[in-house]
Write a protein that binds this ligand. Structure first.
Ligand SMILES: [Zn+2]
Ligand SMILES: [Zn+2]
Length: 387
């Protein structure tokens, strides 16, 4: 079944919701206006249950099918938060909030799951319960984890969970997915180096943290180059270096090196974390200083389970006619927290030839709304066919 006619009819209405959300972007957990709008719409659609305040500002709606003979429950997730950046699209519905912008298309994701909810509440052509999940704080706030901690999965009896992200550069409306790891684990490291500061003209009386820092940045690159299996993926990027000196003639007492690690498996993640600590301690000890390493695991690997990936692909082919094999990418997604609790899959949908995600000129492509809505509806109907 291609795009459903009902979504062609609803297209202008859903586009209006999307642009309204776009114009009023909210950051992290402060999605108060968006959450209120979502909850109001879900009630208006006649959802059987609408619960707010899950994961602080998360919203959940439950829609019962015409029958419920087997107690089946499928979750569909959207993200609602924007990014802390200044929009430069010049659109008439551009952000009205300085320094906040929907540059990742979460406005579109929210509108599409809302559209699917409206349709599912109208038709109820399935056997079981569809649960629509709207999370805050995808961009660096682990909102999905917060919703899971508040008991999302057990409270609604969710058995499988699905989500979608738009992708600029992939043709408009083209689906792509892959089984196994799709997005990376995102980790952060913060290394404090200590030496002995002093006069720049008397280096022999100091333990120079600037030289230590320089050696360390280069040595850290050998972890991916020399310690990891070259057929597997890992990224280690140093993104920030600073020292305690601001003077041209002072050797700094301390220094700080920060960055991120991206991996696609827990084994690789463990290896890079262990080597990062060993290499740091080794380099710093060789130069007479000391180091304190803080390694923070932010977001797990997004791993698509095999059977749910096949279902998601079947729904994509039914709606869009084809589904490509998605390449692995080193970006992260906190939907991975939900996939740790329940089997499910994350699919991507082409946004066409737009500016990239997180770019000030990015905009979600409203043309893909009926396609995305149809996929969410299809997921519910193929996983819980009407009795
Ligand atoms: Zn993003
Ligand atoms: Zn995103």
């Amino acid at each position: 079944m291609p795009v459903r006619n009902r979504f062609a009819e609803l297209h202008p209405e859903i586009t209006a919701w999307r642009r309204d959300i776009h114009q009023n972007p909210e950051l992290l957990y402060d999605t108060h206006r968006t959450s209120a709008l979502v909850a109001e719409k879900l009630r208006e659609f006649g959802c059987d249950e609408v619960v707010t305040g899950i994961g602080r500002t998360g919203v959940v709606g439950a829609i019962k099918g015409k029958t419920d003979t087997q107690g089946r429950v499928i979750g569909l997730r959207a993200d609602m938060d924007a990014l802390p950046m200044q929009e430069q699209t010049g659109l008439d519905y551009a952000s009205q909030t300085p320094g906040a912008m929907h540059a990742c298309g979460h406005d579109g994701h929210t509108a599409m799951v809302l559209g699917a909810a409206k349709y599912l509440a109208e038709t109820r052509n399935f056997d079981g319960t569809a649960v629509v999940i709207f999370q805050p704080a995808e961009e660096g706030g682990n909102g999905a984890e917060a919703m899971c901690r508040d008991g999302l999965m057990d409270r609604f009896g969710i058995q499988e969970v699905y989500a979608m992200h738009n992708v600029p550069g992939l043709p408009t409306g083209q689906f792509a997915i892959r089984s196994g790891p799709l997005l990376a684990a995102v980790d952060e490291f913060d290394i404090h180096l200590d030496g002995r500061g002093g006069h720049a003209a008397k280096p022999h009386e100091t333990v120079d943290t600037t030289v230590m820092l320089s050696q360390l940045v280069v040595a850290l690159q050998t972890i991916v180059a020399r310690n990891t299996d070259p057929t597997l993926q890992a990224v280690l990027s140093v993104t920030s270096v600073e020292t305690s000196s601001t003077a041209f003639n002072v050797i700094p007492q301390s220094a700080r090196v920060r960055g991120t690690v991206r991996t696609h498996s827990n084994e690789m993640r463990d290896l890079v974390e262990r080597r990062l600590t060993e290499v740091t301690q080794g380099v710093v000890a060789a130069m007479g200083g000391t180091a304190r390493v803080t390694y923070t695991r932010c977001v797990p690997v997004t791993i698509n389970a095999e059977a749910p990936t096949q279902h998601a692909e079947a729904a994509a082919i039914a709606v869009g006619g084809s589904c490509l094999e998605a390449p692995m990418v080193m970006g992260g997604e906190d939907f991975s927290f939900m996939l740790q609790e329940r089997p499910g899959a994350f699919i991507v949908l082409g946004n066409g030839d737009s500016a990239g995600l997180h770019h000030p000129e990015y905009d979600f492509n409203d043309e893909i709304i009926p396609i995305g809505c149809s996929w969410f509806a299809e997921m519910v109907e193929i996983r819980m066919p009407a009795a």
